[in-house]
Ligand binder design. Structure first.
Ligand code: NM2
Length: 499
């Protein structure tokens, strides 16, 4: 159904897109230096605040799920999507091919500079390396995604506030002032974070995908191949968002889930199955044993930089994506209870990512330990991407694994971008009803618009800077998390007074 365009939000976000791209293109090194020093300042000054926000967010969503509020249903209808597709869509939207990169290689960074005072390359360092990734992509991380989802979905379905926007999460305070400047500010922070975040994700995944294609076809890797990869991805996600939620986005996510499972099964059985399984079980134990310590660790005494470089970096990254996921998951969650939303995201979301860390991560960790491939040396000498391909190359029928991995990576990129374009279009539309979609041209406009930034960045070499910019923008979003959390609790209390 065609909807009106909200001129202010539309104009604002197009200006943001240009405002973000131009300085990075015209003054790349100066912009990079400024951004890096701002991030360093944020990580030192607000590190504790990010850690505290993570722990509190997890506590809040668990409280809502376990309390009587958990059984509140979002709208009175039956769920619009079957659970398989619902989980598939929320997973594919929230997780991009960044996860494919990090799940395979994150351990190799941690083993060299381990947390909690472990000796580099020691057995203890390997234990931490195999379990810390599970924390950075686990319950706290998914709680960051769940909170805006609850905070947007509750007013949207239950309080009938027809705004599929981030500022809807502050509806408790904004009643009747949906177009006021605090609302606009919240929405524009969200749009900047999403445009920057999506831009840098495509900037990270393109080299990975083109390295895989180069390995498979023998075509030399380089800027032309990368442009070609961006072209395929953009075509795929424009088509998907053009077809819409049910015919496009949902179908692509269903295929995504199936292909991802096939790929993981292949690596599990073609690789050292026994080692992968026992390392996976072991790392869950290590994670559970240390969850509290990891959730609250700010490293104030030794100040090794691990928390700022990793945990704060990850929390900021998840927070930058979170309002987008909140809007998108709201749209697909009609008919579900708050408890289902929290547990679906926390448990199934974490489990989905963990399967990649279990199989892909422990496969390459095993190669390092057995001496078959010196993954760390390859990574340090060349790049993480090359090290991942080297790990897959050690498998029997390596071409099958690499081919599947390449297809999965492309679909993961496309499924994040189609929902991101959908969400940007929704934010830049005026009132959307519970099952209305933004106009078709408008959805495709955003699909193409958010691809322009990464192409520019790849050309100018500013992918890291875009990522840093995203992290910087996530600071004000972190403050809005407290705002939306309190607004949600207040609305729930007001609508459901204790009996
Ligand atoms: N998060 C999940 O490429 C990606 O995986 C994008 C990254 C926010 C850490 C999402």
């Amino acid at each position: 159904m065609a909807q009106q365009v909200d001129r202010v939000n539309f104009g604002l976000s197009v200006s943001v897109l240009l405002g973000l791209t131009l300085p990075l293109l015209v003054f790349p090194s100066q912009t990079a230096a400024v951004l890096a020093s701002i991030y360093a300042w944020i990580a030192t000054t607000f590190g504790w605040f990010y850690i505290l926000t993570g722990a509190s967010t997890l506590a809040l969503v668990l409280y809502i799920a376990f309390s009587r509020y958990g059984s509140i249903r979002l709208g009175s209808e039956e769920p619009e999507f079957p659970t398989y597709s619902w989980v598939g869509m929320l997973f594919a939207a929230g997780i991009g091919s960044g996860m494919l990169y990090w799940s395979a290689i994150e351990w190799a960074y941690y083993v060299q500079v381990p947390p909690f005072g472990a000796e580099p390359f020691s057995d203890k360092a390997y234990d931490w390396a195999a379990s810390y990734g599970l924390h950075h992509w686990g319950f706290v991380a998914w709680a960051f995604y769940s909170l805006p989802t609850l905070a947007i979905a509750y007013p949207f379905y239950v309080r009938k506030s027809p705004q599929l926007k981030y500022s809807n999460s502050a509806q408790y305070w904004l009643k009747g002032r949906e177009n006021s400047w605090p609302a606009r500010l919240m929405d524009s922070f969200f749009m900047i974070a999403l445009i920057g975040g999506a831009g840098s994700s495509l900037g990270i995944s393109t080299p990975l995908i083109s390295a895989l294609i180069a390995r498979l076809t023998g075509i030399p890797d380089g800027f032309e191949l990368e442009l070609f990869v961006v072209g395929i991805c953009v075509a795929l996600f424009s088509l998907s968002v053009w077809l819409g939620l049910t015919r496009g986005i949902r179908r692509l996510s269903d295929v995504n889930l199936l292909m991802a499972f096939l790929f993981l099964l292949f690596v599990l059985f073609a690789g050292d199955t026994l080692f992968i399984l026992s390392m996976a079980v072991n790392s869950v134990g290590h994670l559970l044993q240390n969850t509290l310590a990891m959730t609250f660790w700010t490293d104030p005494i030794a100040n090794t930089g691990f928390v700022g470089d990793w945990t704060v970096f990850y929390w900021a990254w998840w927070i930058a994506y979170a309002p987008f996921i909140g809007i998108f998951v709201t749209r697909i969650s009609r008919g579900r209870t708050l408890r289902e939303v929290v547990f679906g995201m926390l448990c199934l979301g974490s489990l989905g990512v963990w399967l990649f860390f279990f199989v892909l991560g422990n496969h390459s960790l095993g190669l390092q330990l057995s001496g078959e491939v010196d993954v760390i040396a390859v990574m340090n000498a060349e790049s993480g991407t090359v090290a991942i391909v080297a790990g897959l190359d050690a498998l029997p029928f390596a071409a099958v694994a690499i081919g599947l991995f390449c297809v999965v990576a492309i679909i993961f990129v496309a499924t994040t971008y189609d929902s991101a374009s959908y969400t940007l279009a929704a934010t830049a539309s005026t009132e959307l009803g519970a099952s209305q979609d933004p106009a078709r041209w408008h959805r495709v406009f955003w699909a193409i618009a958010i691809a322009i930034l990464p192409i520019g960045l790849m050309y100018a070499g500013g992918v890291r800077e875009a990522q840093t910019a995203t992290l910087v923008v996530s600071l004000p979003l972190t403050f809005t998390f407290w705002l939306t959390g309190i607004a949600l609790l207040k609305s729930l209390r007001a609508d459901h007074p204790p009996r």
